[in-house]
Design a protein around this ligand. Structure first.
Ligand code: BMA
Length: 769
């Protein structure tokens, strides 16, 4: 007996030196309708009820054909999951053990051996439950009973005298797009969507450790290290930060266990800086952080950290209010797109898929991605790849297109979520901005929401005060307290696109093109200080179109309709296609032309935005990717195939570009560079007919200063030339005698087929004087 105890003591001591020990509960589970007499079916965790039903052959593939239209019954049903397991021998029921759910979607009661240990109500939070006293030596049962989120919405909303304007998703802390979006199906699913495990609670635990740059000046960087420490100890503690490459010690400090949140600062001499893609190297310092309790090592990790400062500069100026990012003291023209979750069923997205999106962004010469507020908070693997590839992340908090509840219980739930996510994400060098929400301020001021509330006395005031409380106090205060070096922006956009200020103040979402059916030319007339959304739909690749169909054929018209979620999506595409004089003969040609029209739209916009810098300092199109096979605004479809537009974007996001437009019969050529140093460029504009005869030319050598667009020159064309469909303008930018960019413009609608075949072509933008 004595021997057994001493072995146990030795084992516990050895174990205590480890940061923590985990017993995963992922993998095989069982599920059924709650309390039904249906037999238990096999389930997978992490997972979702839709994917489990599909794996069991109970429903068809939700992404195929029109299946997505017939699955609403799943959303209004309650489901329960269980796992029966025995603890491993290394786990004793006398240990201090916690049950951890990294993510539960969304309303669930959790029972451990019949005892309710948790009620969860937020998909974006992690749930930690002390559970030693409920564990048994032999068999254990963990049961998770979900309540239908759609019925929860009705019950919560039903308690008030009015419904909040916007969308039903506002009532639940669950990904908004699960309720259906104009690029996604509606599956209000449920499930344990992230890993679940037991872990032994160590005496002292260090977590949420981040190292960030406070300032860089005079060849010195001031760094902050922040972390949480939990537990209880009177022992002296010590924190060290060393350089893995040089062994240089940056910090070696004694600490007393005092508070839960701890911070320290240190300096680095002659730091090598991290830069966004295109501005310089993505240099990462390797800091080894060690934490000792007494002399026992309780934390030992290497953190790869880029030294850089990033600030959003949004200040009144002579034109209105600026909006640009200052990185290491230099203005950055932001080039990128908006990102949505890369699969509807987020549990199934491998890290490699998230990483692939970042790699596509970097290949397309992006320096920014915006994680849109109707999806989910980005995983660490995504943020790490953004750090490696120089992509700054504009991260929305998960609020979109609706007014939100403001009860103290709702706000307390959101506060927990915000603190957790900010502490998790702040360690990433790539994180550039926190934004409160997507289009909530715009909705309130422009979408008739106030009118909707007008029959309820005092409702509009209360709802707006709730908004202010959440987006102007609670969230910025969380950012200030836990991530003080990051900027916070309350709502994107600052003004809706119908307002004059949308082109003079802050960021803008311009949907006059597409939603407003305005011509692409309008992009150049409605230039904002920073364009954080605009876009146009294009069909996916043929390969992805075939994914609509259950036999890998081209889809029929019903299937096409089930994979278009915008109310007038096809009409809008066809209207613009007609305007461009493109007349497709079959589905594949329609697909091709839709991609051409989409690409033209983005090309017009990107040229207009970049050639207006420094007035405009960013362009993020809607949207980079898809979450299922669909016709949408994305540049890259669900299967990861690049639409035509993505190649145009890649070209137009190069450091130096030239662009042309037509003022009556005068070709006007402009150029811009976003390199951080002045660039010598040679720019030529040459007009040809399709037989290769040169009709006119303009050649200039010039020095381009960072982010200052200039007019390169003008070239008059004869009246009879600009009405010909068989001539084109080729713009070439050369740097150091090397051609860096080539663009081809044609002059009329319905261009000659040979010109359309030239690759990245677009119709020249026309201005009538
Ligand atoms: C933007 C987004 C999404 C939407 C898109 C296209 O404003 O924020 O809400 O999918 O428009 O309509």
């Amino acid at each position: 007996m004595k021997k057994a105890i001493s072995v146990l003591v030795l084992w516990v001591m050895a174990f205590a030196a480890l940061p923590q020990q985990e017993f995963p509960l992922n993998g095989q589970w069982q599920f059924r309708r709650t309390n039904s007499s249906d037999g238990w079916l096999p389930a997978t965790v992490p997972g979702a009820v839709h994917t489990d039903l599909h794996s069991n052959g109970m429903i068809g593939n939700p992404y195929l054909g029109c299946n997505n239209m017939h699955l609403a019954w799943i959303d209004s049903t309650d489901w329960e999951y269980r796992k029966i397991f025995a603890l491993p021998k290394t786990f004793s029921t006398t240990m201090d053990v916690e049950l951890v759910f990294e993510g539960i979607d969304t309303y669930a009661d959790v029972y451990l051996n019949g005892v309710k240990v948790l009620t969860a109500d937020n998909m974006f939070r992690r749930w930690v439950v002390p559970c030693s006293k409920f564990l048994r030596k032999g068999q254990n049962e963990l049961r998770v009973v979900f309540r239908s989120a759609v019925r929860m919405v009705d019950s919560i909303a039903g308690r008030g005298s009015y419904r909040l304007p916007g969308g039903e998703w506002a009532y639940v802390r669950k990904a908004a797009y699960h309720f259906g979006w104009d690029w996604g199906p509606r599956f209000v699913t449920c499930g344990i969507w992230k890993p679940v495990y037991f872990r032994v609670v160590p005496k002292v635990r260090v977590s949420n450790l981040s190292i960030s740059t406070i300032s860089v000046s005079n060849q010195k960087a001031l760094m902050a290290i922040d972390f949480d420490i939990d537990g209880d100890t009177k022992a002296p503690m010590r924190l060290t930060v060393t350089d893995v490459h040089t062994d240089k010690i940056y910090l070696d400090t004694a600490m007393q266990f005092k508070s839960h949140e701890v911070g320290a600062r240190f300096y680095i001499d002659n730091p090598k800086l991290w830069w966004p893609n295109g501005m310089g190297e993505q240099y990462l310092n390797r800091f080894r952080v060690q934490f000792f309790e007494d002399r026992k090592l309780i934390y030992d990790k290497v953190h790869d950290v880029g030294i850089r400062t990033v600030r959003l500069i949004s200040e009144p100026d002579s034109s209105g209010q600026s909006f640009y990012f200052l990185v290491n003291g230099l203005p950055m023209f932001a080039k990128g797109a908006n990102l949505i979750p890369p699969d509807f069923f987020v549990h199934s997205i491998a890290d490699s898929v998230w990483v692939q999106k970042v790699d596509f962004a970097a290949q397309s010469n992006f320096n920014m991605l915006r994680v849109w507020g109707g999806g989910v908070y980005a995983p660490d693997a995504f943020m790490e790849e953004c750090t490696r590839k120089g992509i700054l992340v504009w991260h929305d908090f998960m609020f979109a297109c609706s007014m939100y509840p403001y009860s103290s219980a709702f706000l307390a739930n959101v506060k927990e979520e915000a603190v957790e996510q900010v502490k998790r994400l702040r360690k990433h060098t790539s994180l550039g901005l926190w934004c409160g929400n997507n289009e909530v301020d715009e909705g309130w001021h422009n979408w008739g929401w106030q009118k909707q509330l007008s029959e309820y006395t005092g409702a509009a005031d209360s709802v707006w005060n709730g908004y202010v409380q959440l987006f102007h106090h609670l969230l910025p205060e969380v950012v200030k307290r836990y991530d003080s070096t990051r900027s916070y922006w309350p709502s994107s956009p600052m003004f809706g696109w119908g307002r004059a200020e949308s082109t003079t103040h802050g960021d803008s979402h311009y949907w006059g093109v597409w939603w407003g059916r305005e011509p692409f030319e309008r992009y150049a007339q409605r230039i904002p200080r920073f364009m954080s959304e605009y876009g146009f739909q294009g069909a996916p690749s043929e390969e992805t179109l075939r994914m609509f169909n259950d036999r890998n054929n081209l889809p029929d018209s019903a299937q096409l309709l089930c994979h278009q979620k915008h109310p007038v999506g096809y009409q809008t595409i066809n209207e613009y296609m007609e305007r461009e004089g493109l007349k497709p003969n079959d589905l594949l040609e329609w697909m091709d032309y839709s991609q051409l029209v989409q690409a033209q739209g983005y090309a017009h916009a990107i040229e207009a935005h970049r050639l207006a810098s420094p007035y405009c300092m960013g362009t993020l199109y809607w949207q980079l990717n898809d979450c299922w096979p669909v016709v949408s605004w994305s540049g890259i479809d669900y299967a990861g195939m690049w639409k035509r537009v993505q190649h145009y974007v890649q070209n137009l996001y190069k450091p130096v570009i030239a662009g042309a437009h037509l003022e009556d019969t005068l070709v006007v050529v402009k150029a811009v560079s976003d390199s951080i140093k002045p660039i010598q460029a040679s720019i030529s504009a040459r007009v040809f007919d399709i037989n290769g005869n040169e009709l006119n030319q303009l050649n200039r050598n010039l020095t381009l200063q960072p982010n200052v667009a200039v007019e390169v020159g003008t070239m008059p064309l004869a009246n009879e030339l600009v009405v010909r469909n068989d001539i084109y303008l080729k713009l070439t930018v050369s740097i150091d005698n090397e051609t860096r960019i080539e663009s081809v413009y044609y002059f009329t609608r319905s261009p000659h087929k040979d010109i359309l075949g030239m690759g990245m072509v677009q119709r020249i933008r026309e201005i009538k004087r």
